[in-house]
Ligand binder design. Structure first.
Ligand code: SAM
Ligand code: DTB
Ligand code: SF4
Length: 332
């Protein structure tokens, strides 16, 4: 028999950033009775954030498709026949016009993504102009452009870039099942360059790619054991794309997904945990549980980069029903 709250079976959260996480400790939390896990996650969440505020980010694909990388989940890889039409790098003026619309709809962070292995010198000039333009609108900026060397990261920092997104995607063990054109170590190297340059790190992964629970746990252990926690941790639920090797991947069970969110919240208490791709396939109740488990950021708008997102009306209604309010920029 357990004690009434069966707390004995659930380890306490570690709060010090400097403490190393072991897979065993993370697994014990992950496997704890669901109520214990959620109670702890919500407690940690309230110690660090307003539990009824969620940060809103907006995404734009500034260069779509034709990517030389072979990421098994991605609609934009030139290695897969997904039917997606590749396009050139978007004009700076158009990016600013789109960002203005997003700001007027309540987004405080603008994230721009390009389907590149890494940016070339000429592309860097255009990207710099985009960052300057979006910053001038009073929004935070985020870019995801593939691998960066230290010099490129320093230039983006100088321009005023706030965040750089670069995901480790899964565990080191499962990584080579999904991507072969670059390694897990390559990903960590770019993250180091971003951190060294002083840009905030946005780094997370995808679940529902046929991985085992231990891969999800290992992914979070890698993130939580980085010298500093990523300020932003996107957790994507795979959007299965016809034509990709993962088109028929076994979907993750909703309760299992919520466990990943809760664990991320406990292991990285001060980070924004973003409920990222895959919300169109989630019920309102599942999203509500994710917010309770500590997710406090979402992407808003009808589209992510190439795939669908719930859209403003649905999210406004969901927030109203849950009593959640968008987070103001100066509260972040
Ligand atoms: N090309 C850049 C890179 O890979 O670093 C940036 C864009 S990439 C599309 C950003 C992230 O989106 C990926 O690392 C992955 O985690 C996520 N993503 C891409 N396709 C997805 C899908 N079909 N379902 C869920 N997440 C996806
Ligand atoms: C992240 O982790 N998720 C976003 C953002 N970072 C760049 C991208 C989601 C992409 C979903 C699939 C698509 O739109 O093609
Ligand atoms: Fe290219 Fe990024 Fe898609 Fe991988 S995830 S194929 S790097 S756009």
């Amino acid at each position: 028999m357990h004690a009434p709250n069966s707390t004995k079976t659930t380890p306490q959260a570690q709060s010090a950033d400097g403490e190393m996480w072991t897979v065993e400790k993370a697994r014990a939390l992950h496997d704890a009775p669901f109520n214990n896990l959620l109670f702890l996650a919500q407690t940690v969440h309230r110690q660090n954030f307003d539990a009824n505020k969620v940060q809103l980010s907006r995404l734009l694909s500034i260069k779509t498709g034709g990517c030389p990388e072979d990421c098994g989940y991605c609609s934009q890889s030139a290695h897969h026949e997904t039917g997606l039409k590749a396009s050139k790098l978007m004009e700076v003026e158009r990016v600013i016009a789109e960002a203005t619309k997003a700001r007027d709809a309540g987004a405080t962070r603008y994230c721009m993504g390009a389907a590149w292995r890494n940016p070339k010198p000429r592309e860097m000039d255009a990207v710099v102009a985009m960052i300057e333009g979006v910053k001038a609108l009073g929004m935070e900026t985020c870019m995801t452009l593939g691998m960066l060397d230290l010099e490129q990261a320093a230039r983006l920092k100088q321009t005023g870039l706030d965040y750089y997104n670069h995901n480790i995607d899964t565990s080191e063990r499962y990584y080579s099942e999904i991507i072969n054109t670059r390694s897990f170590a390559d990903r960590l190297e770019t993250l180091e360059h971003v951190r060294q340059s002083g840009i905030k790190v946005c780094c997370g992964g995808i679940v529902g790619m046929g991985e085992e629970p231990v891969d999800r746990i290992n992914m979070l252990v890698t993130l939580a054991n980085l010298p500093e926690h990523p300020e932003s941790v996107p957790i994507n639920m795979l959007i299965p794309i016809p034509g990709t090797p993962l088109a028929d991947a076994r979907p993750i069970e909703p309760i299992e997904f919520v466990r990943v969110i809760a664990l991320a919240r406990i292991m990285m208490p001060k980070s924004y945990v973003r409920l990222s791709a895959g919300r169109t396939a989630m019920t309102d109740e599942m999203q509500a549980l994710c917010f309770f488990a500590g997710a406090n950021s979402i992407f808003v708008g009808d589209t992510l980069l190439t795939a669908d997102n719930p859209g403003e009306d649905k999210d406004t209604l969901l927030f109203r029903r849950l009593g959640i309010e968008p987070m103001e920029l100066d509260a972040q």
